[in-house]
Write a protein that binds this ligand. Structure first.
Ligand SMILES: C[S@@+](CC[C@H](N)C(=O)[O-])C[C@H]1O[C@@H](n2cnc3c(N)ncnc32)[C@H](O)[C@@H]1O
Length: 301
């Protein structure tokens, strides 16, 4: 097992990219480099792999010595500008393995409710918003918005009120404070799922994950060559819904849009109509893979 991060659905992603040996590929979520290493094995000595990670630690700790790799310590929302800056106009495939790496979960940035650490949750340590500001400074309306939009809590207003009431007494600082303030708010056998969703909502807000994902998807239409592949692994239903709608309809609503002539706009062919899930063996070996959903689409010619 790779201590930094075990790649999820590795073989399925590589097949999904349908690699052309001479093509240019982008791994927008480098992490521990698991998917990237496999792509490098498949491309020729003259082609390129461009990788992104907004977390400097991922880049520094997984240095791959290979002349074909170009490393960008950037948010993938800037994909288009970054490609332009290195003179690349079009690419043949993009892979995105969304969310956080095992390494990030195990660091002391407060991504996990199982560790007693200060709440931070930034993937990019240089960005300004942390979980502390979200929890201690957001008003009730904004807290309720993130709990509803980023984690589908139907009782988001009540949960937001709990945060507001708690912080009248003390500053929210540690993951343990969240466990305390929400005690009694969940059905006990579902404790882990409840807190996973609370932490997910805050993490998505801190890292502006939904907007970054939407920008990446829109950019994919600009930068992928005809027959270029978009391969995305998501780990929760909010991301998956966005990816699914975009691959089906080229935008974020669950229905097709018509152009001026009344034709439906569908920029992609779906390679798999239903998402691909890790098999039982992978789920057993790699706990993190259990919520993974892989979708693959190809730009129409
Ligand atoms: C699930 S891990 C990827 C693991 C990788 N596929 C592997 O096999 O090792 C996700 C990585 O993407 C990075 N990431 C998430 N959102 C990002 C974004 N918007 N821009 C750049 N990197 C991002 C995280 O910092 C993390 O290292």
């Amino acid at each position: 097992m790779n201590k930094f991060h075990e790649p999820v659905l590795l073989a399925e992603c590589i097949t999904g990219l349908n690699i052309n040996k001479k093509g240019i590929y982008v791994d927008v979520t480098f992490g521990g480099g698991g998917h990237s290493r496999e792509i490098l094995r498949k491309i020729s000595k003259d082609s390129k792999l461009i990788v992104f990670d907004q977390d400097q630690e991922s880049i520094l700790q997984n240095d791959i010595k290979d002349d074909r790799i170009i490393i960008m310590n950037k948010n993938f929302r800037y994909l288009h500008n970054c490609l332009t800056s290195i003179g690349v106009d079009k690419v043949d495939g993009i892979i995105a393995d969304l969310g956080v790496s095992s390494h990030q979960i195990n660091t002391s940035r407060g991504f996990s409710f199982n560790s007693r650490v200060k709440l931070d949750m930034r993937m990019n340590k240089a960005s300004s918003l942390t979980a502390l500001e979200v929890l201690n400074e957001y008003n009730k309306e904004n807290l309720s918005r993130i709990l509803k939009n980023h984690a589908d809590f139907p009782n988001s207003q009540k949960l937001a009120e709990k945060i507001i009431n708690y912080r009248k007494k003390s500053y929210i600082q540690y993951s343990q404070d969240l466990l305390d303030l929400f005690s009694g708010s969940f059905f006990v056998p579902k404790k882990n799922q409840f807190f996973a969703r609370i932490f997910q909502a805050i993490r998505i807000e801190v890292n502006d994950e939904i907007n970054s994902l939407k920008e990446l998807l829109k950019t994919s239409l600009k930068v992928l060559n005809p027959k270029g592949r978009l391969v995305v692994i998501s780990y929760h239903s909010i991301e998956d819904r966005i990816v699914k709608n975009f691959m089906k309809y080229g935008h974020f609503e669950p229905f097709p849009k018509k152009d001026f002539f009344g034709n439906h706009f569908r920029p992609f062919n779906l390679i798999n109509k239903k998402p691909v899930f890790p098999n039982q063996e992978e789920q057993k070996i790699n706990n993190r893979s259990r919520s993974a959903k892989l979708r693959i689409a190809e730009i129409k010619t």
